[in-house]
Write a protein of this length. Structure first.
Length: 344
């Protein structure tokens, strides 16, 4: 590039500089007759000035749709077999199929996530990509931005110009702790999620918010590492049984239902009564929790609707070149005092 030449910019940046939406800019660059001549002239002039160049892959996809959406699930041990993701998949697939789209679910190895995405993009195999579980430092975002392929996350990201749909992780965790506090609990342990995930950070932040609301000082020994799996919850509780039996812990908030279910297994094996001797609650509201005896007290997300909304946001990008959208859906506590109760 010659000295003094402006840096290349993205369509979103060009739209901001022009003062128009991405959809209008896209139509102007495509010589769409619906755009007023004066508006088109301004956008073309700005595009030339800022050395804007459309993504080759994005242009190809605009001309030849595959009517296929790539759907990426978490790496092992959390896979499509996770009850949460099965329910979420139902919402995604139903919405996409209604619009004539099919799903491609590639097998993703733990160390080859970005490579798999790159292959989908390079061969124009999909019109868009749905991803899950954003990371605090997520290399997938830059890769997809550079590709020009529309994408959306299930779960909020730390990036402003990325589309996502999520449940209220922080607010839901706050309500869980506040509810336990209303029952007299002050020694509330938390089983955290997988390290590095935005959702893990937000649910832990909600736990801290709840303690602050109750006027309880946080204790490091009440933060038990987990990984969002049933085995992770089981291990976390089993390794802290001495705290529970001594009364140093009277309630447990597991950051998802699978860990709560694993924790209940460990408590039952130890001969502890729920909620008579120890209270425990989860987060997500997966269907399998309803079949426990008693059904699990939990923060319920609208999992099926999450899948629907993720699909709608992505279709808006594909069909109308819509700007990034961030949606937070409300959550609620269900099954009242089934597995939580007053301090023993």
């Amino acid at each position: 590039m010659k000295r003094g030449a402006p840096m290349k910019i993205t369509m979103a940046e060009l739209a901001r500089k022009c003062g128009y939406s991405k959809a209008t800019v896209s139509r102007a660059l495509a010589d769409d007759p619906r755009v007023k001549p004066a508006t088109k002239a301004l956008i073309l002039e700005m595009a030339s000035h800022y050395n804007y160049q459309p993504h080759i892959v994005a242009s190809n996809l605009a001309k030849r749709r595959t009517k296929t959406i790539g759907l990426m699930f978490p790496k092992a041990p959390r896979t499509i077999a996770d009850p949460f993701f099965l329910e979420y998949l139902h919402g995604v697939s139903e919405t996409l199929f209604e619009q004539g789209f099919s799903l491609l679910i590639p097998q993703v190895h733990r160390q080859r996530v970005t490579e798999t995405i790159a292959q989908l993009v390079a061969h124009s195999r999909v019109d868009g990509i749905i991803l899950t579980e954003p990371l605090l430092d997520d290399p997938r975002i830059q890769l997809l931005r550079e590709s020009g392929v529309p994408f959306v996350f299930l779960g909020s990201t730390v990036h402003q110009e990325v589309s996502w749909v999520d449940g209220d992780n922080r607010g839901g965790s706050f309500e869980a702790v506040r509810t336990l506090g209303s029952l007299g609990h002050k020694n509330i342990a938390v089983i955290t999620g997988e390290p590095g995930l935005v959702s893990t950070q937000k649910r832990l932040a909600g736990y801290a918010d709840g303690l602050a609301f109750l006027g309880i000082e946080p204790q490091e020994n009440l933060v038990w590492p987990g990984d969002f799996t049933r085995q992770g919850g089981y291990n976390a509780v089993r390794s802290h049984l001495s705290q529970i039996k001594s009364g140093a812990v009277t309630a447990i908030f597991a950051c998802n239902d699978l860990m709560a279910i694993g924790g209940i297994q460990a408590l039952t094996e130890a001969g502890l009564e729920i909620p008579g001797q120890i209270s425990i609650m989860g987060f997500d509201g997966i269907e399998v929790g309803q079949y426990l005896t008693p059904p699990l007290t939990t923060v319920q997300q609208p999992v099926f609707r999450l899948g629907q909304e993720v699909s709608r946001v992505l279709l808006g990008q594909i069909e109308n070149n819509e700007d990034p959208v961030q949606i937070t859906l409300p959550v609620k506590i269900i099954n009242g005092t089934n597995t939580i109760g007053p301090v023993p």
